[in-house]
Design a protein around this ligand. Structure first.
Ligand SMILES: Cc1cc2nc3c(=O)[nH]c(=O)nc-3n(C[C@H](O)[C@H](O)[C@H](O)COP(=O)(O)OP(=O)(O)OC[C@H]3O[C@@H](n4cnc5c(N)ncnc54)[C@H](O)[C@@H]3O)c2cc1C
Length: 299
């Protein structure tokens, strides 16, 4: 089945967009994994329509209920990659979904990894994109930094280039789902906490907290979950200051791909996310209708 639109993220931007597309009778799938930062907000007083303060958790809960009431579909699945040919293929840890349009509404994630020199080797042995840079590690010793399905997925993407792949969890316990565990046979897993990345011009080796070292040619960062910037790097979405660049219609530079909310970096507030969601919803409806019309007329 091909959805009209897949929305990644079930925070205010994603749900707001879905309210428009579902009510316009578009086949809409919302994929959301984990919590929005808004869950932590105890009192919200700058959002329209509440005479008493409302908590972020309540607002998120009501948003999801509202979408379900109008017939929306929400799945608790972590998206790990988006690919595009004539249509979009959105892969989660549980499977792959297809759609004519995609909205990225994943918020803005800040991951603190805390390994010394990691930033210094970015582009010089430290990469965030297996599809972009995997080629440089043909028959070399590669690593993936991460501990869950996202890391396993990235390690899997490296197989065409090299058989020597180690997943470094940096002291974290592994969290691989049953569906992905079979791939583990192909990789080594190293669970030692890492202290620093070392090398001269390029990354050459890792130093663990116990003082031991591990020599390798490069490492791919796939820590926690895929973020807007992960998708951007793989698909070639234009970014500006760590955020997805959109025009006034919430369109990215990729046809059929939209972004809304905090991931666009524009005044990160609930009201803005909801407003951008509405604009994205309207544009997606128009885009999908045009796509279907041209499919019917065979052009
Ligand atoms: C503590 C705190 C207090 C705040 N207080 C206020 C306030 O009082 N007023 C105000 O206006 N704003 C407040 N904000 C800001 C507000 O929370 C954001 O502007 C708003 O939530 C942005 O909505 P969003 O939909 O863009 O992203 P988010 O709400 O961050 O939602 C993103 C969604 O995407 C999901 N997701 C991420 N990656 C993936 C993936 N790979 N696969 C599937 N799903 C994924 C997340 O789990 C989440 O559900 C606060 C923020 C914080 C952290």
């Amino acid at each position: 089945m091909i959805y009209d639109v897949i929305i990644i993220g079930k925070g205010p931007a994603g749900i707001s967009t879905a309210l428009y597309t579902v009510r316009a009778n578009m086949k809409t799938l919302v994929l959301g994994f984990g919590k929005s930062g808004l869950e932590k907000a105890e009192k919200i007083d700058n959002y329209y329509g509440f005479s008493q303060s409302v908590s972020g958790a309540k607002l998120l809960e009501e948003g999801e209920k509202q979408l379900l009431r109008v017939g929306g579909e929400i799945r608790e699945e972590e998206v790990i990659s988006i690919e595009k040919d004539e249509i979009f293929h959105v892969s989660t840890t549980k499977g792959t979904w297809k759609s004519l349009a995609v909205l990225i509404a994943t918020g803005q994630k800040t991951v603190k990894i805390g390994i010394r020199n990691l930033k210094n080797f970015e582009g010089r042995g430290v990469s965030y994109c297996t599809t972009c840079d995997g080629f440089f590690y043909r028959n070399k010793k590669a690593g993936v930094l991460g501990y869950n399905d996202f890391a396993l997925h990235e390690a899997k993407e490296l197989i065409p280039f090299t058989q020597d792949i180690t997943i470094f969890t940096n002291g974290k316990k592994t969290e691989f789902s049953e569906e992905m565990e079979s791939y583990l046979e192909t990789f080594q897993v190293n669970q030692k906490p890492i202290q620093s990345f070392e090398g001269e011009d390029f990354l050459e080796y890792l130093v663990f907290e116990d003082g031991t070292q591990f020599h390798l040619d490069g490492i791919f960062v796939a820590y926690e979950s895929a973020s807007a910037s992960t998708f951007a790097q793989k698909l070639g979405i234009v970014m500006q200051d760590q955020s997805i660049l959109v025009n006034q219609n919430q369109e990215t530079n990729i046809e059929g791909l939209y972004a809304a909310g905090d991931c666009t970096g524009i005044f990160k507030r609930i009201s803005v996310a909801v407003g951008q969601g509405a604009i994205a919803g309207r544009q997606i409806i128009e885009y999908v209708r045009k796509q279907k019309q041209s499919q019917m007329s065979g052009s």
